[in-house]
Design a protein around this ligand. Structure first.
Ligand SMILES: [Zn+2]
Length: 245
């Protein structure tokens, strides 16, 4: 299993970058996790768009879905050029029916419903979901192959449910959108110390921070996580291949 961060920002991308998103690959199967602003441009540094086999969307905030329409247009243009790709499955929850309906676009993409407490087989991945605490319904996502697993918190504030969901994961990609002084002020997100606490209590192998704020020094957020979690921790690096050895 190979995981490449495509962007690390929450809310909107910095110049020439992308919001928090990941490309996950195993045995040649390519799955995109979230598709916010700038993601389509970043993705093409690693694969051609027609190589994409599936997309999983955690929730319907703009910084997680903004590039879905452009992804659908890319498939539509290939179709007009006489080089149609297979219908691309886009997995998302259906509690917001209007947003879920937008995942389906003609013959290019098809929305497939995901639910908490459900197990989906997506290519070679066994994928499970856990509801987070966020202003809109959002699912954390776990990708497993054999005994290896990677957990993506998506957007959330502290939730005990995520501790059991992430328990024993090899890799935990946790959002860390807040500095300590913003805990309780800005709802729906974690601070570095809370991402560290999650990694510590879930006994994960490695913590990687994402969905970061644009202001301040994000190294402070990493330090706050490392004050709590004594295992390996770092800020997600765009283009780095996080693979299981
Ligand atoms: Zn959100």
């Amino acid at each position: 299993m190979n995981i490449i961060p495509l962007g690390i920002w929450g809310g909107y991308p910095k110049a020439n970058s992308a919001t928090s998103s990941f490309l996950i690959e195993h045995e040649g199967f390519h799955c995109l996790i979230d598709c916010g602003s700038g993601v389509l441009a970043s993705l093409q540094n690693y694969i051609a768009l027609e190589q994409l086999d599936a997309v999983v969307i955690s929730h319907y905030h703009a910084d997680h879905i903004a590039d879905i329409g452009s992804l659908q247009y890319s498939r539509l243009i290939q179709y007009y050029l006489g080089q149609p790709s297979p219908v691309l499955p886009i997995y998302g929850h259906a509690r917001d029916k209007q947003q879920f309906a937008k995942l389906t676009h003609s013959q290019q993409t098809r929305g497939i419903e995901i639910k908490e407490q459900q197990t989906k087989q997506i290519g070679p991945f066994t994928v499970t979901f856990c509801p987070t605490v966020h202003p809109v319904y959002c699912l954390a996502i776990k990708f497993s192959v054999g005994h290896q697993s990677a957990v993506f918190t998506a957007d959330t504030e502290w939730s005990d449910k995520l501790v059991s969901f992430a328990e024993g994961a090899d890799l935990l990609f946790s959002e860390a959108n807040l500095y300590e002084e913003h805990i309780g002020v800005s709802p729906g997100h974690l601070a570095g110390s809370q991402a560290g606490k999650l990694a510590n209590e879930a006994k994960v192998g490695q913590l990687i921070l994402t969905h970061l704020p644009h202001h301040g020094n994000i190294e402070d957020i990493l330090q706050e996580a490392q004050n709590v979690f004594k295992g390996p921790a770092e800020i997600a690096e765009v283009g780095k291949n996080y693979s299981f050895s």
